[in-house]
Ligand binder design. Structure first.
Ligand code: PLP
Length: 459
């Protein structure tokens, strides 16, 4: 590359390097299906592959990409493979992935209206679609954050700090937040960060209900100190949706902030077949859903939506002389930094926005429904296999099953063998104290046949 005199070489357009990278991206996008690869089971020491790559003079891009392609890119378990069935996978739509490159190449950020009105307006259009499927009134809004964890923390900060506004003199000095035994670990962690104690509510068949919440709040010595309740719209371990309407009743009667953690499950708000199970979600004060999970976006993208964003703004706006200019009072002005604990942020909602626009919301409905159907078929299949036992009928897209006679070590050995043969990435979980197999689906290309092949190897 020729660097014109007086120019800093890092900022000169390099045609060759651009081709190198774009060719790689084109190839990766074209993989169908995406292979699983090996993750930490990759058997070469990565530190050796990386040795000597960062030097004072810099290394040729082709050599660096060669190392990435041959050594690093295979040392992942590809979360977007339809055979990735552990934890919560990801299934980014091609349109969303492509637009992520636009976000990157344009350095699109979305911190404030004065710097980024265009991207922020588009992100808000995507947020409005999500608020609408949840049945929230017009005026609801928020911002995209890095993940469900960041969303839960930001929402609970508002819940804590606005208790006085809701409860007046009854606002407790040392607030607690009611959460269920099945709440995601990030909720407990958020409360720890906030210095707020959790008040653990027992579940009925792994589900938080209004009556158990009320019973706990009225009997526990700290029950009167509750300022908020967190319900889960699809637990991570088993895809169970709490009794949102019952919880909403209790929250309303006690002036509690009602937050729903729907990081995984609230994508199913798009699916008419299960929409009724989320009844009550329209009464939340805030909810979180991760488009990087089941709404086909690349990482990292979580939507945080408030019924009344003004309350969030009162809590999260940062006061600093160098930020004063951000608040201009323009009619359309919306500063995403006012709605979570972050300041600078990537316009991470744009890939979702583009994908919603080009694919249409019907495509989202159909893709989620397709996964729900596959999940039910997988459950039927498990029920038909004599050496397997279905732990419970799946409500969303997580299937728990038991292999008769297997201990934890057997599940582990099976899992390693599946990965070695590139059949699937399946890890076990714990259910009622026992190890069980867990399949988490969310890629529309995950087929019953693929899972039949995986399950056949348990025989
Ligand atoms: C995944 C998940 C989270 C955490 O979300 P991140 O995006 O990983 O931060 C929180 N709650 C639930 C229910 C989840 O499934």
């Amino acid at each position: 590359m020729d660097v014109p005199v007086g120019r800093n070489p890092m900022f000169v357009y390099d045609e060759q390097m651009t081709d190198l990278i774009f060719d790689y991206c084109r190839w990766r996008l074209s993989l169908d299906p995406v292979p699983l690869d090996y993750g930490g089971a990759w058997d070469e020491p990565l530190s050796e592959s990386l040795e000597g790559l960062i030097t004072p003079e810099g290394v040729d891009a082709r050599r660096v990409m060669e190392v990435f392609d041959k050594k690093l890119a295979n040392a992942v378990v590809s979360v977007d493979s339809p055979r990735f069935l552990s934890f919560i996978p990801a299934a980014p739509a091609k349109a969303a992935l492509l637009f992520d490159m636009v976000v990157a190449c344009s350095s699109l950020h979305g911190t404030s209206w004065i710097e980024a009105a265009g991207p922020v307006a588009a992100e808000n259009q995507a947020l409005a679609v999500l608020a609408d499927v949840a049945g929230l009134p017009e005026g609801a809004g928020g911002c995209f954050v890095a993940g469900g964890s960041a969303g839960n923390l930001s929402a609970l900060m508002v819940a804590r700090d606005t208790a006085g506004f809701r409860m007046g003199d009854r606002a407790p000095e040392r607030p607690v937040v009611a959460i269920s035994e099945e709440a995601h670990s990030s909720v407990g962690k958020a409360l720890h960060v906030l210095g707020v104690e959790p008040l653990l509510v027992p579940c009925d068949d792994h589900r938080l209900t209004g009556s158990l919440l009320e019973a706990t709040l009225s009997s526990h010595p700290r029950g009167g100190d509750a300022v908020a309740v967190v319900a889960t719209g699809g637990t991570t371990n088993a895809g169970i949706i709490d009794d949102l309407a019952g919880v909403a009743d209790v929250a309303e009667a006690r002036s509690l902030w009602f937050h729903v953690d729907g990081a995984y499950g609230c994508a199913a708000l798009f699916a008419p077949s299960v929409r009724e199970r989320f009844a009550g979600i329209e009464r939340v004060d805030s909810f979180v859903v991760d488009p990087h999970k089941w709404l086909f976006s690349p990482f990292d993208c979580a939507a945080l939506i408030y019924r009344n964003p003004q309350l969030a703004k009162a809590v999260h706006s940062q006061d600093a002389s160098y930020l004063e200019v951000m608040h201009t009072g323009a009619p359309e002005e919306w500063n995403p930094s006012d709605y979570a604990f972050h300041l600078t942020r990537r316009a991470r909602g744009m890939p979702l926005w583009f994908s919603l626009a080009v694919n249409g919301t019907d495509a989202y409905r159909d893709a989620v429904e397709e996964v729900l159907i596959t999940t039910q078929e997988v459950a039927d299949l498990i029920e038909s296999m004599p050496h397997l036992e279905l732990v419970r009928r799946p409500e969303l897209s997580v299937v728990l099953f038991r292999r008769m006679g297997w201990e934890r070590a057997d599940y582990e050995a099976w899992s390693a063998q599946l990965l070695e043969h590139q059949l699937g990435f399946v890890v076990h979980t714990t259910w009622e104290g026992q190890p069980v197999g867990r399949l988490a689906l969310l890629h529309p290309d995950t087929s019953v046949e693929m899972i039949a092949e995986i399950l056949a190897s348990t025989a």
